[in-house]
Design a protein around this ligand. Sequence first.
Ligand code: FAD
Length: 627
Amino acid sequence: MSWLEAEFDVIVVGGGHAGTEAAVAAARLGARVALVTSALETIGQMSCNPAIGGVAKGTVVREVDALGGIMGRATDRATLQFRMLNRSKGPAVWAPRAQCDRGLYRRAVRTLLERHANLLTIQGTVARLIMDDGRAAGVETLEGRRFGARAVVITTGTFLRGRIHIGTTTQIGGGRAGEAPTTHLAEQLEAAGLTVARFKTGTPPRIDGRSVDFTRVEKQESELGAFAYRWSHFEDPGLEPLTQLPCFITHLEDAGKEIIATHIGESAMYGGAIASRGPRYCPSVEDKIVKFPEAARHQLFLEPEGLETTEMYVNGLSTSLPAEVQLRTLRTVRGLEQVRMTRAGYAIEYDYYPPTQLGLTFQVRAVPGLYFAGQINGTTGYEEAAGQGVLAGLNAGLAALGRGEPLVLGRETSYLGVLADDIVTRGVDEPYRLFTSRSEFRLTVRQDNALRRLAPVAERLGLYDAPERAAVARRMEREDALTETARRTTIRPEQAAALVERSGTAPLSHALKVAELVRRPGIGLAELLAAAGAPIDEGGEALVTAELELKYAGYYVRERRAAEKLQRMGGFALAAELPYETMRSLTIEARQKLSAQRPMTLAQAARIPGVTPADLQNLVIEVERWR
Ligand code: FAD
């Protein structure tokens, strides 16, 4: 091989959410890592909404954290607004979501990377892979710098042949607004015989907060005080929460809808400029108006971009209409009558590599030593990218260091396991995003118990340092002590009477262990222990987890049995004339895809991307009812 500037165990290409996690994961294994990215200033950049978490995604952040990742820690340093979604449905389905200061998030990610002495960050746009006997053996940048590696992880997001569209006449090559696309590398990957396809996504306009009439919009305060929530499991005693900022809610109503409907032909997505598929669950405002004409209005969130800027993000108004139409639409919205637009929204089309070309380790099957993670695999979302980054980084590191078995997480352990299995074995036919319905283990795979599920994996791989190991041990001991106390403590009927009556369940006829009584709905562990004369002195997340583990003790077995039953029922016949459109217990996506593809068996239905385990369970019931 000709001259190399330096050699590493693992080179990661791209400093987005997948790349930064891949680099940290490999570094934690002890690998010598280089993160090569086009601009060091954009490491950790959030391309779209400056928010982390949400339903299923919040759990992924905690899984990434449990495996030593940085997304949770960076979010703790940058949270401006916090909401616990699903709050009314109880802690089993709580879904944390944070609005971040975009600049602080980026800086936090870079600081956290630079803590690893064996991880170098290098500015450079990778123009091509260096190959050695059919293996990926390094990278060469546009400036001609050459670096060798035993494994290369590519995480270039939306940059490969990225093309930005605003209206039908403005098209700019770009990986993200203001940044050049990656073309040389895209050409080389395609020439290597890999299958490539195109997806699209979009982003809304941003506005100047000084031009918003805040008296005409609804204010939504942060809930950080109510939860004192930390994303990271690893304490940082010196970390003070930032000043919290509110979000604001307003709506797109008839006047705005009319403008969009009139100009729909000028939208890049509807005027024929873009043909590829976009994310079903992050639809553009054009999509919303065409597909849901009956909706009276569409909710918009005005979200702060940072503590030191007045710029705001208009969540819900992703669009590729001409800039002038965007501004006119904005000005029809209550509170935005005089608004100034700081940046126009746009759509972007980019290459992705269908992930069925990967093994479960995220290694490209046709090119040993080459791994892909993040949006390049046809997924969408920061958290999905981060999760893949961790898995690809760990596997690249393990392979490069010659360390034993690769890491493949089961579906029952994590959303990361579900994500990897879904995309690699079933592929994607639209940008893939995680939902709770994609997992058949929704009650036992929760955001609060990520450490319990994944710390053993991290310990086995040696990912933690000493203070982290101690933090994990403290948390596990606390949970175990609470569970043990609940198992040991007996509660008499008269002690439990008030709580049992409040829960609306049958009165006790004899004394019971607290661990048994807590399984009843509406009864909490702390209050039961207090009533039984064994009060606990501190609550916190260990209490939430201990309580839920006791409540759902039987569910894991049941969830597992249900999943096995589905597998056994692979031959279950699906008649050609099944009326999928009327099957209300299936998701809309499943109804549409089953109607279009008409599988003959349950096993075939299970292989359709977008048909979830929950859909399959419901489908069996629907078919039996229909027969
Ligand atoms: P990215 O975060 O894109 O990072 C890619 C990195 O690779 C960058 O640092 C880049 O500089 C670097 N890079 C690229 N090429 C090279 C090269 N040749 N050499 C070196 N470095 C290189 N997700 C949602 O969930 N909802 C949305 O509504 C949504 N809207 C979006 C709108 C837009 C306009 C864009 C661009 C993305 C949107 N996303 C959305 C997707 C989300 O931003 C991504 O899923 C996520 O950032 C992907 O992370 P990643 O690490 O794979 O790639």
